[in-house]
Design a protein around this ligand. Structure first.
Ligand code: ZN
Ligand code: ZN
Length: 292
């Protein structure tokens, strides 16, 4: 039987669906081959997450081993050791397999419940781009507030402290956190598209995947510990990037947002020497005004 293998079913699909592009054929063949949508979506999500997480962290591990890159390291005296990175990778893997893996059973039913489409053809690049832009804004807002709340004493001590074990972060440390924190912050990543779909009724699961991949890139790069002259925030001043989040780990306070700088800027929670100086000057000016 041709459909017994993935490529067999790909051939069959290609024969009868000439109007589809290559990626769409791969996609349809996967669902046809699996014969079980819940498993097909679940396995694809899990494999994608692991591949992107460790695949994106690997270049940063290599960068840490090359002394030439030290000039771009934000906290120059704190280079993570191989042992530290290994320990971190183990904990992240452990939590992926214990906390996240069981959830793959819920992913497809949840998407179906909220009306996400899984079929072909795919939405246009334009549709995906503007939807993903909306998700970035929504997630950043969720992240800012929940992260800020997690810095409140009891929550910090019991939940968020684990993530702050590394005062100089590195790529792999992006998801080094308590399972509760992973779920709360993950709700912003998964919940933003779900909310969007609940309101508009228009979202493809592929758009959700691409969004999650980009969000993973954002989180890992923000933890990389490196700031380059070509880093994105030099071109997009409202983009947070590594410089923004590194200071958060160093100072334990301020810079709570994930992707953008506007929440911290508007609510005066920016971290770092420059922001403290600005705050001091403001206070001084106010005191002077009062004295007059
Ligand atoms: Zn924090
Ligand atoms: Zn962090």
């Amino acid at each position: 039987m041709a459909q017994d293998t993935y490529w067999g079913s790909f051939e069959e699909i290609s024969k009868y669906n000439v109007q589809l592009n290559y990626a769409e054929k791969l996609w349809l063949a996967w669902y046809t081959y699996m014969q079980n949508d819940v498993l097909a979506t679940g396995i694809m999500s899990f494999v994608m997450h692991e591949t992107v997480y460790f695949g994106r962290s690997l270049p940063w591990i290599i960068v840490d081993m090359i002394p030439w890159f030290r000039r771009y390291k934000i906290q120059q005296d704190k280079i993570p050791t191989a042992w530290e990175q290994w320990q971190c990778a183990l904990l992240v893997l452990f939590s992926h397999f214990t906390v996240e893996l069981p959830q793959i059973w819920l992913f497809h039913p949840m998407c179906q419940y909220f009306g996400l489409s899984t079929g072909v053809p795919f939405p246009s690049i334009y549709t995906m781009a503007y939807q993903i832009a909306i998700f970035f804004v929504l997630e950043d807002t969720w992240h800012y507030w929940t992260h800020r709340v997690m810095h409140w004493g009891p929550l910090y001590k019991n939940i968020h402290k684990i993530h702050h074990q590394y005062s100089a972060p590195f790529g792999l440390a992006a998801e080094y956190a308590s399972p509760i924190e992973v779920m709360v912050l993950g709700l912003g990543t998964v919940g933003s598209p779900i909310l969007y779909c609940a309101i508009t009724g228009d979202l493809h699961i592929l758009t959700m995947y691409i969004w999650i991949v980009l969000r993973l890139f954002q989180a890992i790069d923000a933890h990389s510990g490196y700031e380059f002259p070509w880093s994105l925030h030099h071109f997009l001043p409202f983009w947070a990037g590594a410089e923004h989040h590194d200071v958060h780990h160093e100072k334990f306070i301020g810079n709570y947002a994930s992707s953008f700088r506007w929440w911290d800027y508007c609510l005066d929670t920016e971290a770092g020497a420059e922001a403290s100086k600005k705050r001091r000057e403001k206070k001084l000016a106010a005191a002077k005004k009062k004295a007059l």
